[in-house]
Design a protein around this ligand. Sequence first.
Ligand code: NAD
Length: 371
Amino acid sequence: MTHYSIVLLPGDGIGPEVVREARLTLEALAPRFDLDFSFDTHLMGGCAIDEHGNSLPDSTLLACQCVDAVLLGAVGGPKWDNPHAADRPERGLLALRKGLNLFANLRPVKLFPELIGASALKEEVLAGVDLLVIRELTGGAYFGPRQEAGASGEEAYDTMLYTRPEIERVVRVAAVAALQRRRKLASVDKANVLASSRLWRRVAVEVLKDYPDLEVEHVLVDAMAMHLIRRPASFDVIVAENLFGDILTDEAAMLAGSMGMLPSASLGDVMNTHGLPLGLYEPIHGSAPDIAGKGIANPLATILSTAMLLRHSLGQEAAAQAVEDAVARALAAGYRTRDIAGFDAPEKHVEVVSTEAMGAIVRGFLTEATA
Ligand code: NAD
């Protein structure tokens, strides 16, 4: 039996509701795959500001640095929205990414056939969409030198600063991911205008010579924004710097129609006790304060985040696939949370279920499939 230690950061809003189902999912599959998990729950985000006056208490960061993987729900909400507050929930998230040196954010976008109607795009455009967008997470304009307001108060700037090693390491993550998939990689930049993008292009071209089996294209970010809507199925892995990646990942998420379905992983160069990246796993959605506490949140994005955790930080590919299969079977059987209901053909039998019921249904398929 292999032992894994995991920190849970339920966070705010619906975070605790969806993280509970994710934890139960891991516990349900443990005996079947001969795994043993220990879970340690810590505060981060708004709840940590309330309790400790700090969105990322030292004890939380330390706990995260000492485990095999971290699973996060979501942080934030109207209670902590004051832009002039000394601390905000999102600061905790940025500090956690920095503290774990998580420089690559992976967002797969795979469409479940049952939910194709939830997307604003036409079915024929969406057919075959299976993307992985990799966003550089600790560089660029979000971390470069900035000035909020000049002497006049009417001037501000941010600096999109990149170094060769920052570009090289994330492009290598993308190249390795593409080799494990359909061997296609699109590197995004704005090399016709931005100096940092010209460096990005130059380093990407050099690094990708080490991966001759890949089919590589370099795409300007404005063109990529268009291609993602026009021919999303033609892409496999896409890699982009922080700001471009932030925008493109949200655009790509909309292909899937619902925020409640998409997982993410953030990886860096800190290795866990198993020699694999110590990653942070979380759904892409926020804390959804409008539905918190109502028992209607969709837990599937967080459950699918456990599949990414099993794959990338624990090296348990079979268990990861079992989770993904169980989710697919729950959808195929007609179970929906409220956010993904109403998109099926009228003849399809659909049952709208609660957060807890959806978790239990996935666990039912998971234990049945692996028995
Ligand atoms: P949101 O993702 O929380 O919600 C957007 C809409 O999608 C809402 O109508 C919500 O009810 C719905 N939704 C989201 N997740 C859902 C789920 N699992 N099941 C069913 N419906 C779901 O985005 P927002 O409203 O812009 O932000 C709310 C708060 O979350 C803000 O404080 C924001 O800063 C924070 N936020 C946090 C993260 C994070 O923790 N990584 C990410 C984005 C937003």
